[in-house]
Write a protein that binds this ligand. Structure first.
Ligand SMILES: Cc1cc2nc3c(=O)[nH]c(=O)nc-3n(C[C@H](O)[C@H](O)[C@H](O)COP(=O)(O)OP(=O)(O)OC[C@H]3O[C@@H](n4cnc5c(N)ncnc54)[C@H](O)[C@@H]3O)c2cc1C
Length: 401
């Protein structure tokens, strides 16, 4: 077991250097280790920090299948929840989308639990994760001999490698290291945020509810049989001090109201406001440096895609690295950006669609509101619309799974 905090302050080398122990970095390392390819992971935070960082919670069908097939799905199946449908609520009427129509499901299992399972599997397999190791430069990736410069325990150190995978999140060093004249950014910031809470309250429903209401969007979700996860659309500049628990519960009750429903309440133990953004950087590679996950793209959380998109990139990158190293085929790695972006832009489209369709926009005209209503009607009440929504929600196929 090599959970390294000290590292060796001398030159070292590996095949693939991975920056970031989030879902993308850990899944990439997991798949490469299974293929017999040596990797080192650098993570600037402690193990405890990354294992307790509360973020996403819905795993697409193929992502859940991948965890099972690669030996890291046992706890997910023990303590996670299988959902065979989800619900869209508008005009006070609940519309269930039945995933069974496509023979698929999603798993409700928290991101930090996936991270824990992947870290445990890596350490059991003898792989290395350098916690509290911050990468501060990626050198020579355009000359074919990349070098990672990092600091650990107050000391500077270096590691030579053949490939660098920057799985270092939206604010990481990977994307910032790409030549500025090479990168094109596509960006949309939404004019509202989400006020999210975690509460000691059994879920009011056994499936999620995505609600469109004149007051704004609301989402009912859950983390366990005793903990509810709920969100409210709020102004970007909302002040949490103006949202006492009673106001949050009242607003959730209003926005989620429908016949036969009653909201279970309980002590709120976490409250925060998250801004909403869509972003893609192209290309996702330069020389021997490859970006995966939030390092290259982010989505608003309405479609539950962030974690899933990060894992899909890791799968595509792992298959491409295996092709180059194990079968001497450089084409998949050369085409990495193209392969990922074909899928990513569909995920961006879906996340944008869910966000546009379900939220209230201050600048909407009466015409815009009628179009939005027609769109909701189309996606839940016509066979083609419903199938499209379900297909995207449970997840588009990932190449190589
Ligand atoms: C507050 C929050 C809530 C979210 N909620 C949802 C949700 O409800 N649903 C959903 O689908 N998605 C959600 N997301 C998005 C989802 O969590 C991300 O898409 C997912 O974490 C992306 O995984 P990743 O591995 O690409 O990046 P990350 O999980 O961000 O991992 C990157 C890792 O790299 C490390 N790192 C960065 N720079 C360096 C460096 N220089 N040296 C060493 N290590 C470094 C970081 O510490 C981090 O551990 C949320 C995100 C946030 C921030």
């Amino acid at each position: 077991m090599r959970e390294s905090r000290l590292g060796d302050a001398v030159n070292r080398q590996t095949k693939v250097a991975i920056i970031g122990a989030g879902p993308a970095g850990l899944m990439l390392a997991h798949l490469l280790t299974r293929a017999g390819i040596e990797t080192v992971i650098f993570e600037r935070h402690t193990r405890s920090y990354v294992e307790n960082r509360i973020r996403a919670g819905i795993l697409e069908y193929e992502v859940a299948a991948l965890l099972r097939e690669t030996g890291v799905g046992v706890r997910m199946d023990e303590v996670g929840f299988r959902h065979d449908g989800t619900n869209i609520l508008f005009d006070g009427a609940l519309h269930r989308l039945d995933f069974g129509a496509l023979g698929k499901h999603v798993m409700l299992y928290s991101q930090h639990e996936v991270v824990r399972d992947l870290i445990a599997a890596r350490l059991v397999a003898g792989g290395e994760i350098m916690f509290e190791a911050e990468v501060n430069a990626i050198e020579n990736f355009n000359q074919g001999k990349p070098r990672i410069c990092y600091r650990i325990n107050g000391e500077a150190a270096e590691l030579d490698c053949e490939i660098v995978a920057a799985c270092d999140g939206f604010h990481g060093i990977g994307r910032a290291s790409l030549p500025a004249n090479l990168v094109r950014e596509y960006d949309r910031e939404y004019p509202f945020g989400w006020l999210g809470i975690l509460a000691e309250a059994p879920p009011s429903m056994d499936e999620l509810i995505y609600a469109h209401h004149d007051h704004g969007f609301a989402l009912l979700s859950m983390r366990s049989a005793s903990v509810s996860r709920l969100y409210l659309q709020c102004p970007l500049d909302a002040d949490l001090a103006e949202w006492p628990d009673s106001r949050i519960w009242d607003e959730l009750s209003t926005r989620l109201a429908h016949p036969g429903f009653s909201l279970t309440t309980g002590p709120i133990f976490q409250k925060n406001i998250t801004p909403m953004r869509s972003y893609v950087a192209e290309p996702m590679q330069a020389g021997r440096l490859f970006l995966a996950g939030d390092a290259a793209h982010i989505v608003p959380p309405t479609g539950a895609k962030g974690l899933n998109a990060a894992v899909a990139d890791a799968v595509i990158l792992a298959r491409a690295i295996e092709a180059e190293i194990l079968t001497d085929d450089p084409a998949p790695l050369q085409n990495y950006t193209q392969t990922c972006l074909a899928r990513i832009w569909k995920i961006e489209r879906f996340s944008w669609l869910m966000t546009s369709m379900l939220h209230c926009f201050d600048d909407h005209s009466a015409f815009d509101r009628r179009i939005q209503r027609a769109e909701l009607d189309y996606y839940v009440n016509t066979p083609t619309g419903r199938t499209s929504l379900i297909e995207n929600y449970v997840g588009l196929p990932i190449e190589g799974v």
